[in-house]
Ligand binder design. Structure first.
Ligand code: ADP
Length: 453
């Protein structure tokens, strides 16, 4: 079922239900109003009839014909007023009978006492009829009251159930696929190109998810082809680069300074070509690790040797623990990771400054930290830093690179079961942290761990 139909059905059911409840309540209040009006009329009728009966008694006692005349007049006046409150044919008949009897009392021809008795009885009947009417009305009011309670409580309970049903449906059927899609998008944006959202839920959401999945597959395929192509190019570049390196070696004997000037860009090119080849391997799922138990200080010593005297404008410092810190890793890949981070720290501090590298144990992890005082990275850029071909900030125009180093680094670190984080701010430098699971016990076979330098 699709979202539009379901929301439309819920809205229709809710509206019909609300209309039915309000119609029932309007009907109930109308009936109750009618009943209370009947009770009020009956009370008026009873009062008028009883006052007429009192007048009759006065009439009986009056001996003076004038007083009698007046009493009869007042009596007729009451009966006339009582007509306004008549609410049944029976009451109208009893009232007419009382009026006829009072009229007869005025006539000379009819026997006076009998007419008076008839009038008294008719008035008594009016009282009795009105009392019965008000009792019926009051019974009806009680019934309506009970009905109003049932409608109110039943309506409330039904509205509650509809609301709970709607919430449950929204949570499990409508929102769940949206949350799953949002999570998948986030994973995809973070570089997991295999992330796909489950195509479940209402029609429109299923369609949206399908479109996203198709788009994700297309992007992944495109990236795959892109990286594979560049990997091929990089592969072909390796030969000429080796030749260049050999030539630089020959020049070194003649002119060491020129050789150094040639070797520096060759090293940079080799690193770029290496990154391209690694990225192609990663995309093809062929990044193989040769895991060993290794002292984490060793690759840092190698990195320190590589970058020693590499940049006169930078101060490079290494802080290593005195005791070995063992990890399970591919030593070459770990060295490559740290070389990449230190190389970036130097490259993205074009004005020089200090680059400090440290290694320490933190809980169950071994943490490498590379800190620089360079150009820094904005919070927005930090999110896409580890994506392939992402070069961020203004540096991309002025500092050479292909934007693959950190992508490769993250893949290597994650393949080791570790994680990489960055904290940085523009103009304030950056700190990259690589955390790998520590080996809690020292290795049994010390021969497999490298000698301390
Ligand atoms: P490359 O250096 O070849 O461009 P990377 O993947 O190593 O590629 O880095 C990606 C981007 O991250 C760089 O282009 C740069 O904008 C930014 N970056 C990496 N390291 C740093 C750093 N230490 N300081 C500032 N920016 C950095």
């Amino acid at each position: 079922m699709n979202l539009r139909t379901i929301v439309g059905t819920f809205t229709l059911v809710g509206t019909v239900f609300a209309l039915a409840v309000s119609a029932a309540l309007i009907w109930l209040t109308t009936v109750m109003h009618h009943s209370t009006a009947t009770i009020a009329d009956a009370a008026q009728s009873v009062q008028l009839a009883e006052s007429a009966q009192a007048r009759l008694l006065l009439h009986r006692r009056a001996r003076d014909p004038l007083l009698r005349q007046q009493a009869t007049q007042a009596l007729l006046q009451r009966l006339h007023e009582a007509r306004a409150y008549v609410s049944s044919a029976e009451e109208a008949r009893a009232l007419r009978e009382a009026e006829a009897a009072v009229e007869a009392m005025r006539s000379e021809t009819v026997e006076f006492d009998a007419a008076e008795t008839r009038a008294y009885a008719a008035l008594g009947e009016v009282v009795a009829i009105n009392i019965a009417q008000s009792r019926d009305a009051s019974t009806q009011v009680s019934r309506m009251d009970e009905l109003a309670n049932v409608v109110g409580l039943g309506g409330g309970a039904a509205a509650f159930l509809i609301a709970v049903g709607l919430l449950w449906w929204m949570r499990t059927r409508a929102f769940e696929p949206v949350f799953a899609l949002a999570k998948t998008m986030e994973r995809f944006a973070r570089g997991d190109t295999s992330a796909r959202a489950p195509e479940v839920g209402p029609g429109e959401l299923r369609e949206m998810t399908r479109h996203f999945n198709e788009m994700a597959s297309a992007i992944a395929a495109q990236r795959h082809a892109h990286t594979a192509f560049l990997g091929g190019v990089a592969h072909d570049l390796r030969g000429p680069l080796q030749a260049l390196r050999l030539a630089a070696g020959v020049v070194e004997d003649v002119d060491p300074e020129l050789a150094e000037r040639i070797e520096r860009p060759i090293t940079r090119l080799e690193r770029m070509v290496g990154d391209l080849l690694d990225a192609a391997k990663i995309e093809a799922g062929q990044l193989a690790l040769r895991m060993e138990t290794y002292d984490a200080r060793a690759p840092l010593r190698t990195v320190s040797e590589i970058f020693e005297d590499s940049s006169p404008s930078h101060t490079l410092s290494f802080e290593l623990p005195s005791e070995p810190l063992y990890v399970r890793c591919d030593p070459m890949r770990l060295e490559q990771t740290l070389t990449n981070l230190v190389s970036n720290a130097l490259k993205y501090s074009p004005d020089g400054g200090s680059v400090s590298v440290s290694l320490a144990r933190s809980g169950a992890e071994v943490v490498f930290q590379v800190r620089d005082e360079g150009i820094g990275i904005s919070a927005g850029d930090q999110r896409r830093l580890f994506e392939p071909f992402q070069r961020v900030g203004l540096s991309k125009e002025s500092i050479p690179g292909v934007g693959l180093g950190l992508f490769v680094v993250r893949q290597i670190v994650e393949a080791h079961g570790g994680r990489i984080e960055v904290s940085s701010a523009p103009g304030r430098g950056s700190t990259f942290r690589v955390a790998l699971p520590a080996l809690l016990d020292a290795p049994n076979d010390p021969a497999r761990s490298p000698k301390e330098a």
